[in-house]
Write a protein that binds this ligand. Structure first.
Ligand code: GDP
Ligand code: CA
Length: 336
């Protein structure tokens, strides 16, 4: 079975670790990773979400933090501070720096981000094929208003420095409109037997991947069933500040609202969705909510999306593998 998953950072990576446990030896996973969080620091290209997936699946992640390397040291950062060179708010440890050095060196030599990612994965052996969503530069920016007025800042500054404490007025994946999907991305979606949306951020992770021209349409048109897992449990994100970015796109922070915002593919198939102004292709055949959100199952199903309530807390790998099995089982049900 060929499984394709769209993934952000922590939520995506932890889910993938469970998914890898849940599949058989003949199954293969292709991950389409978000690169909208990418940032250039100290002349280096940093790809936080790709690295979180790579380190998590490769056994190098700082487990409690969910990002960065295990057993990290911080000499370079301290030295940079002595020079008065920041940003101080972004954590790049010494071991992590090596990844960004290799990546930047290869990009400067003319390799594409896909080629670089493949090369980095030779070391980490993540057990999945990890593709960046695009080889083109895309950086998510957030419009905010504070005492300095209204301006756009890099998503990392919004998330890491400001902790999303200011309202996000708009979220723009700068560069996405002219970007192309990376080689293999559309092919993997078209050839997939199952497409999964892990419990990643629906706006700045999955939403950004879908903003690359061609990807949303390819998912909507895929022959494979598309099943997602809710990152929202009991009306709040399990981790992070997804509610802030959901508010920016006018979506309530509930498992049900997130599913309905992705939309149902059934409408497209039975011809009830005729397109026209404001038309968006629906994406989901199935959706998993946590047992705490059992009461929202009926509303999601009324929206044309098959829905089940199962435990969705990724407390450990076996529990997460159980979530992945539930997603694959729902995919089989909607396929029939
Ligand atoms: P990021 O790029 O590091 O922010 O990671 P992702 O976009 O892949 O995932 C972030 C989302 O993961 C957040 O919206 C969280 O609510 C969600 N998340 C984190 N841990 C869990 C969990 O145990 N269960 C579920 N259902 N969602 C989770
Ligand atoms: Ca991210």
């Amino acid at each position: 079975m060929r499984i394709v998953a769209l993934a952000g950072g922590i939520g995506g990576a932890r889910f993938l670790r469970g998914l890898r446990e849940a599949i058989g030896p003949e199954d293969e996973i292709t991950v389409i990773g978000n690169t909208g969080d990418d940032i250039h620091l100290y002349g280096l290209k940093v790809c936080p979400d790709l690295d979180t997936v790579m380190y998590t699946l490769g056994g190098g992640i700082h487990e409690e933090q969910g990002w960065g390397r295990t057993d990290e040291t911080w000499s370079i950062k301290a030295e940079m501070k002595e020079y008065g060179v920041g940003p101080e708010w972004f954590g790049l440890g010494d071991r992590d720096f090596a990844t960004h050095l290799v990546r930047s060196q290869m990009l400067t030599a003319g390799y594409t981000l896909s080629q670089v990612t493949e090369a980095l994965c030779v070391r980490w052996r993540p057990g999945v094929r990890l593709l960046p969503m695009s080889d083109d530069r895309i950086e998510t920016h957030v419009r905010i208003t504070d005492e300095q007025g209204t301006r756009a800042i890099h998503f990392q500054e919004y998330w890491v420095r400001l902790h999303a404490a200011v309202d996000a007025e708009a979220i723009v994946p700068v560069g996405a409109d002219t970007a192309k999907p990376a080689p293999g991305v559309l092919e993997a979606i078209a050839a997939a037997d199952v497409i999964l949306f892990p419990p990643s951020n629906p706006v700045v992770s999955i939403g950004t991947i879908l903003a690359v021209p061609g990807i949303r349409t390819a998912v909507a048109a895929a022959t494979a069933p598309v099943v997602g897992l809710s990152p929202i449990i009991g009306g709040a994100p399990v981790r992070g500040m997804a509610d802030k970015v959901l508010a920016a796109v006018g979506v309530e922070a509930t498992a049900e609202a997130v599913a309905l915002n992705y939309g149902s593919r059934a409408a497209l198939r039975d011809g009830t969705d005729e397109g026209g102004p404001g038309h968006r292709e629906g994406l989901l055949d199935g959706w998993l909510v946590d047992t705490a959100d059992e009461s929202s199952v009926a509303a999601v199903e009324a929206g044309g999306i098959a829905c089940r309530a199962v435990p969705l807390l990724m407390t450990d790998v076996p529990t997460t593998a159980e979530m992945a099995r539930a997603a694959l089982a729902l995919a089989e049900q909607v396929r029939a």
